[in-house]
Design a protein around this ligand. Structure first.
Ligand SMILES: [Zn+2]
Length: 240
């Protein structure tokens, strides 16, 4: 199985500028009572409410396109202050390719605005329509709407066996130590992440094998939006 990899922007200043130009509410939140200044990387990346988000496919496979659209439609009731428009051609805010050897990955939210216009902002590994593909699209589109990984939630209580995680992920996914840290082990801070209480059933959570944890606790793969996923997205993208 190919796990998702979030794309870390090369240029954190461009990422910051894109997010703030989109919506000033993405600016880093001050720590109450703290004198510490937030760093440039500590911003959220949500799209501005009221905007139309154009989604284009850099693929000519009609089965891939139909299946991907079908899964994305699952998110739409939760983002009703943002319109999602599937466009013909390649001029989308989100551009989805299906290069098989590229794996599953996506930019997070407004980071897509920093990608050259002729390139994809998301890739999905098409292996035919099944529940895992459906779940993968839900997960990657969650990133495209600005969500980060749930297993990196500030309150995630996963007892990682870090030595095994580094060995296993470099062997099975061919990831570097930095990519493993960035996509699995690093936790986000409460001050710069929109969250609800930690949810092991979130579509944004990785499945975790028992051998990767010190206490042998495993988390099964989930291919559906959890109630918390829908609530969080509704909180972010609907009128308050
Ligand atoms: Zn992911």
């Amino acid at each position: 199985m190919n796990l998702c990899k979030c794309i870390e922007p090369d240029d954190t200043q461009a990422s910051y500028d894109a997010a703030i130009n989109e919506d000033r509410a993405n600016a880093p939140q001050a720590i109450p009572g703290g004198r510490q200044k937030r760093a440039v990387g500590d911003h959220t990346k949500f799209w501005k409410k009221g905007r139309t988000l154009k989604v284009a496919f850099l693929s000519t496979n009609p089965w891939f396109i139909d299946a991907t659209k079908g899964a994305i439609h699952q998110w739409i009731p939760a983002v009703f202050d943002v319109s999602i428009l599937f466009v013909k051609g390649s001029e989308g805010d989100i551009r989805i390719s299906d290069e098989f050897h590229s794996g599953n990955w996506s930019c997070i939210g407004t980071d897509a605005l920093t990608v050259p216009k002729d390139g994809p902002t998301m890739n999905l590994q098409w292996q035919g329509l099944d529940q895992d593909f459906f779940g993968t699209v839900l997960h990657e589109f969650g990133h495209a709407l600005g969500l980060v990984h749930e297993h990196q939630h500030p309150d995630a209580n996963i007892n990682w066996n870090e030595t095994v995680v580094y060995e296993f992920m470099s062997r099975t996914q061919k990831w570097s130590r930095e990519e493993i840290h960035f996509n699995m082990l690093k936790k986000f801070e409460k001050s710069n992440t929109r969250t609800l209480p930690y949810d092991r059933t979130s579509i944004m959570h990785y499945p975790i094998q028992a051998e990767l944890t010190l206490d042998g606790v495993a988390i099964a793969r989930n291919n559906r939006l959890s109630a918390n996923d829908v609530k969080l997205m509704t909180d972010i993208y609907s009128g308050r």
